[in-house]
Design a protein around this ligand. Structure first.
Ligand code: KG4
Ligand code: ZN
Length: 332
C-alpha cells in the first residue's frame, strides 16, 4: 500500500510517499522561510498563496522521484489541523480533490499526531505506553500514549509554545526567523552564567507550561545591557536555550516519575534542538526522537500517519476536513 502525504499547515509545503514495505520512497519539501523572514513570523495569507503555487508541482515531483504513476497511489493523506486555516485549506482541498479524482480514500491527519508518529520512522522505536513531549512553534504538551490513537494530555502550555518563545526572543535579539535554529547556533558561542532566566512553573506541582514570561525576561536583560554586541547576544541566547531546555527537562522527569513510564519521545520542531536531546539523555529513561529532518514540518510524517490510519480502515469523507484548533485527545 502506498500513501501520498501533503503538509501545508504552516510555512512548509511538504509532500511524501510512504510504502508499506519500503517506508518513505520519495519526499520533497519547500520552505517559505525567506518569504516570511522580513515579517519575523508567518503571514497566513502569504503562506496560503505560496502553498497554492507550490503544492501541485511538488506532488508531481514526488510521484516522479518515487518512480510511480499517480494511479499507483492507494490513499491521499492531508494535514487537516491544527494550523493556519488559509494554509491548511490548500493541502486539504487539493488532497481531497485528488483522492476523489483517483477514486482512492482521503485521510485527514492531525498535525501533532503526525509529529508524534514520525518517531516511529527512526531506527530505534519506543515501546507502548510512552510519554511524548510535543514541542513545536504552536504547541507544547506532554502526552501519555497508551496505544495508536489513545492519547491523554498530561500538561500543556497555558500561553506561548516553546518554539514561540525561541521565535519571539530571537526577534528581540535581532535574529532571523525561525528563531529556534538561530538561537541554538548563537548559543554555542555563549558563556554560561552571564545571564539567567526563569524556569517557568517548575516550582509548582503539575505538568503545565508557561513560556510567555521569558520574552519579558529577555527584553529586560536587553534593556539593561544597552548595546547588544555579538558576545552579549550569544550569552543571552545560551541562557534562554538553557531556561527552555531545563524547564522541559524538569517537566519530562516529573511526567515519567508520576506515571511510572520510562519511555520518552521528543517530537516537533524544537525536538531538533541538540541541547534538548543531550539534556534528555540524563533522564533515567529510554529516549527516542525522529531524525532531525523529520522534526520540523514535513510531508513524510503526514504520509506515514495517513498510512497508519488507512491500514486500520480509517479514512475521511468527501467534505474537506479543515480545523484550525483540534485537540489530540479528540482524534476519532
Ligand atoms: O513543528 P514545527 O516545524 O512547526 C510547527 O508545527 O509549529 O516547529 C517549528 C518550531 C519553530 O518555533 C522553530 O523555531 C523551532 O520549531 N525549532 C527549533 C529548532 N529547529 C526548529 N527550536 C530550537 N532549536 C532548534 N534547533
Ligand atoms: Zn509542526
Amino acid at each position: 500500500m502506498r500513501v501520498l502525504g501533503i503538509e501545508t499547515s504552516c510555512d512548509e509545503t511538504g509532500v511524501a510517499v510512504y510504502d508499506t514495505k519500503q517506508g518513505i520512497i520519495g519526499q520533497n519539501i519547500y520552505s517559505q522561510v525567506d518569504l516570511h523572514a522580513k515579517y519575523g513570523g508567518v503571514v497566513p495569507e502569504l503562506a496560503s498563496r505560496d502553498h497554492i503555487q507550490k503544492t501541485l508541482p511538488l506532488i508531481h515531483q514526488t510521484i516522479a522521484d518515487s518512480e510511480l504513476k499517480i494511479d499507483e497511489i492507494d490513499g491521499i493523506a492531508y494535514t487537516s489541523g491544527p494550523g493556519l486555516t488559509p494554509a491548511l485549506m490548500v493541502g486539504a482541498t487539493l488532497g481531497r480533490a485528488l483522492a476523489w479524482s483517483l477514486d482512492v480514500p482521503a485521510i485527514a491527519v492531525h498535525h501533532m499526531e503526525a509529529h508524534l508518529l514520525a518517531t516511529l520512522l527512526a531506527p530505534s522505536k519506543p515501546q507502548l505506553p510512552f510519554i511524548a513531549l510535543l514541542v513545536s512553534g504552536g504547541h507544547t504538551m506532554l502526552v501519555k500514549v497508551s496505544d495508536f490513537g489513545d492519547y491523554e494530555i498530561l500538561g500543556e502550555s497555558l500561553d506561548d509554545a516553546a518554539g514561540e518563545a525561541f521565535d519571539k526572543t530571537a526577534k528581540l535579539l535581532g535574529l532571523g526567523y525561525p528563531g529556534g535554529p538561530e538561537i541554538a547556533h548563537l548559543a554555542q558561542k555563549g558563556s554560561p552564567g552571564v545571564f539567567t532566566f526563569p524556569r517557568p512553573m517548575t516550582d509548582r506541582p503539575g505538568l503545565d507550561f508557561s513560556f510567555s514570561g521569558l520574552k519579558t525576561a529577555v527584553q529586560t536583560a536587553v534593556n539593561a545591557v544597552g548595546e547588544l554586541d555579538v558576545q552579549t547576544r550569544a550569552n543571552i541566547a545560551l541562557a534562554l536555550e538553557d531556561a527552555i531546555v531545563s524547564t522541559l527537562f524538569i517537566k519530562c522527569r516529573r511526567a515519567l516519575e508520576t506515571h511510572g513510564i520510562y519511555q520518552l519521545v521528543l517530537a516537533g520542531g524544537v525536538a531538533a534542538n541538540q541541547s534538548l536531546r543531550a539534556r534528555m539523555k540524563r533522564l533515567d529513561a529510554s529516549v527516542h526522537y525522529p531524525p532531525i529532518s523529520l522534526c520540523t514540518d514535513n510531508g513524510a510524517m503526514i504520509a506515514y500517519a495517513g498510512h497508519e490510519r488507512l491500514r486500520r480502515g480509517l479514512s475521511t469523507g468527501l467534505a474537506v476536513d479543515c480545523r484550525a484548533r483540534w485537540s489530540i485527545e479528540e482524534i476519532e
